[in-house]
Design a protein around this ligand. Structure first.
Ligand code: 4NP
Length: 169
């Protein structure tokens, strides 16, 4: 359905702690949306299914790896709330556990349908989840960024496709 041009399309990225994968997805998507001149049309945020890191900046390792690719991650971790299911148009989980928890937290069937998997939008990479890098080394963080850059490009394509949320057709 066509979006009201005055009302931005709202996307929430969700992982477990909201300090590694989802703030990176938010930062990458923010850059892609800006590059596409769609900043006014899209509203982005991220959250975690676990609130233990609330208020924290993204993990220092994730910030360092992202910075090398030109992404400055300044989000402060926060837990997902019931209101998020009403406020956002699309809620993007990073792995099966995030998606299952989000579907369980959804207040009704309609909001449950807003929950999708990040890798559903993957273009080049054949992957079915964004792996948790928390206990990994540098390779894990680089792999997460590779997967997210590819899947966020696919998400943008989906938004702009004819009949997609941002299309004027
Ligand atoms: P994230 O990574 O879900 O990508 O933010 C994690 C962050 C923290 C923990 C696990 C994963 N933790 O167990 O505290």
């Amino acid at each position: 359905m066509e979006q009201n041009p005055k009302k931005p399309y709202r996307i929430l990225f969700v992982c477990l702690g909201n300090i590694c994968r989802s703030p990176a997805a938010e930062g990458i998507m923010r850059q892609l949306v800006a590059d596409a001149g769609q900043e006014q049309a899209v509203c982005l945020d991220s959250a975690g299914t676990y609130g233990g890191h609330a208020g924290e900046l993204p993990d220092a390792r994730m910030r360092a790896h992202a910075a090398r690719r030109g992404y400055r991650l300044t989000h402060r971790s926060r837990p997902v709330t019931t209101d998020d299911f009403w406020a956002f148009d699309c809620i993007v989980g990073m792995d099966d556990m995030n998606v299952a928890n989000l579907r369980r937290l959804a207040p009704d069937v309609e909001t449950e349908r807003k929950v999708v998997r990040m890798t559903d939008f993957s273009l080049r990479l054949s992957v079915d989840h964004v792996p948790d890098p928390y206990y990994s080394g540098s390779d894990g963080f680089e792999q997460v960024l590779d997967i997210l850059e590819d899947a966020c490009a696919g998400l943008l394509q989906h938004l702009l496709a004819p009949g997609g949320p941002l299309s004027r057709i």
